[in-house]
Design a binder for this molecule. Structure first.
Ligand code: IMP
Ligand code: MG
Length: 183
């Protein structure tokens, strides 16, 4: 068996498991209230939103359906080009459905702006955005977040679904990358 993964001193955690649980419960209650009779489809953006989505749906006690979509950003030379590509599409049509996009983090806002435009072309009844984190200092595109977990400073964060080079998604809390030992 391999050694256990990195453990981080509690004082350096940015958002703890308890804080995540409490906030996710509030967001779930708000979505349940707003969509009580609507059977919304929650669209999780893979892979980062997986952990948040799994907890969120269990905190949202109404009839709802889940779907997933995967997006990737092309790197244009040494800097991100801002071009977003659909890597895996939804499994079902969303025409006439109330859609709630579930994201891990809104950074520049380019990814979710692309996604919203893409989904709108499919004639859903409505599209709202739920994001666990908002790194508002970095915003380039105009984005309205309807359900927000936490606003965070301009740090690269990992855990609770968020990764660096594919790692750390399984940490149960959110921490800034420079507090996590690199493998
Ligand atoms: P945006 O298009 O700049 O808003 O980027 C959004 C995507 O970049 C998110 O869905 C994440 O996948 C990724 N991302 C942005 N900031 C972070 C971070 O601090 N940690 C991990 N992933 C991030
Ligand atoms: Mg993402």
């Amino acid at each position: 068996m391999a050694e256990p993964g990195p453990s981080v001193p509690p004082g350096r955690i940015l958002i703890s498991e308890d804080e995540l649980r409490a906030r996710v419960a509030e967001i779930g209650a708000a979505i349940a209230r707003d969509y009580a009779q609507e059977n919304p489809v929650l669209v999780g953006v893979l892979k980062g939103a997986l952990v948040f989505m799994a907890d969120l749906v269990r905190a949202t006690p109404i009839a709802l359906t889940m779907d997933f979509i995967a997006l990737s950003s092309y790197a244009g030379g040494t800097r991100p080009s801002g071009v977003v590509k659909l890597a895996a599409d939804l499994s079902m049509p969303i025409e006439d459905r109330h859609v709630v996009i579930v994201e891990d983090i809104i950074d520049t806002g380019r990814t979710v702006s692309y996604l919203k435009r893409n989904l709108e072309t499919r004639h859903p009844r409505s599209v709202r955005l739920c994001s666990l984190l908002d790194k508002i200092e970095r915003r380039e595109a105009d984005v309205d977040i309807d359900y927000l977990g936490f606003t965070i400073p301009n740090l690269f964060v990992v855990g609770y679904g968020l990764d660096h080079a594919g790692l750390y998604r399984n940490l149960p809390y959110i921490t800034a990358l420079d507090t996590v030992p690199l493998p």
